[in-house]
Design a protein around this ligand. Structure first.
Ligand code: ASP
Ligand code: CP
Length: 310
């Protein structure tokens, strides 16, 4: 494995291997001295053309704990602001001899395009509305550590699905692991063409969150992504919260063992209430913690695993 561009490129076994390695990486994370020599001498560029708190810092921490040299570049503060093209920017950085670029970009497909222009490993850290594979892997890892094997587990993915790259990667990942998935959204935020997706895979679609919640093992709440909305997708925030928010009343509809995830950042009071976000069954901070371990595992598999140029 040289790149991580899409979950579709991974087999069920490869997803399992990344999650299994992350278990040992999680042990490192709990040590007082968090340092492995594994990536000594390797150079990783974090190339973030879009804002990020969790993904950028956890990839940087992961690289540092594995002894790689990590450097952060953003759109602002680089010659991108002087009009340098993406291709010239990437080729310039590549010419310095880096081993990996971790790329977040507002355009779907940008990391795959960059992979054509360079010789180094490329990790997709979120591209437009397309995919966010490391998020799906850390979500699967977090769910598996609480629920056990995900085969046959029922997971509802709820919210602004149209604009969500987290949905696209998670649907591929959860289905590869054998989970049963139900997508829940208002009709205006259900991706167009969902019928043809459903025809090539087996997942359910529902517009009624109350009816789905009593049957879930996990509910994955997704953010209302206002920055990607050009028009009115729902009448008011209050109406959205009433119909599709995970409120205290809806929390009571879930089975006691069922867990709650949210990739963050959360809009508290909109898609998720404070009661749900801070509930004992909420895994939001477990996801953040798993994010470092899973990203260490990704770096390990891409930079020191079989088939890498290492
Ligand atoms: N942070 C995730 C992403 O970048 C989810 C979100 O922003 O809602 O896709
Ligand atoms: N979940 C996620 O990708 O968060 P950031 O946008 O803060 O990186």
């Amino acid at each position: 494995m040289k790149h991580l561009l899409s979950i579709a490129d991974l087999s069920r076994d490869e997803i399992g291997e990344i999650m299994d390695t992350a278990i040992s990486m999680h042990d490192v994370q709990r040590r007082q001295v968090k340092k492995l020599p594994t990536l000594r001498g390797r150079t990783i560029i974090n190339f973030f053309f879009e804002d990020s708190t969790r993904t950028r810092s956890s990839f940087e921490i992961a690289g540092k704990w594995m002894s790689a040299d990590t450097i952060n570049l953003t759109g602002k503060g680089t010659s991108v602001s002087k009009g340098e093209s993406l291709r010239d920017t990437v080729k310039t950085v590549d010419a310095m001899g880096v081993d990996m670029m971790i790329v977040r970009h507002m355009a779907s497909g940008a990391p795959a395009q960059i992979a054509q222009w360079t010789n180094c490993s490329i990790v997709n850290a979120g591209d437009g509305m397309h995919e966010h594979p490391s998020q799906a892997l850390l979500d699967a890892y977090t769910l598996r550590s609480k629920l056990g094997d995900l085969d046959g587990k029922h997971i509802a993915i709820v919210g602004d699905l149209t604009h969500s790259r987290v949905l696209r990667s998670n649907l591929l990942c959860l289905r590869a692991l054998g989970a049963n998935v139900t997508l829940v959204a208002p009709p205006t935020l259900m991706p167009s063409g969902i019928g043809s997706w459903a025809a090539t895979d087996s997942f359910e679609v529902s517009y009624d969150l109350d009816a789905v919640l009593p049957h879930v093992d996990a509910v994955m709440m997704l953010r209302v992504q206002r920055e990607r909305m050009s028009g009115g997708y729902f009448p008011t925030a209050r109406e959205y919260a009433v119909r599709y928010g995970l409120t205290a009343r809806r929390l009571a509809l879930m089975p006691r063992h069922a867990v709650i995830t949210h990739p963050g950042p959360m809009n508290r009071g909109l898609e998720i209430s404070a009661d749900a976000a801070d509930d004992a069954q909420s895994l939001v901070l477990d996801q953040v913690s798993a994010g470092v371990a899973v990203r260490m595992s990704i770096l390990f598999h891409l930079l020191s695993g079989e088939g890498s140029s290492a």
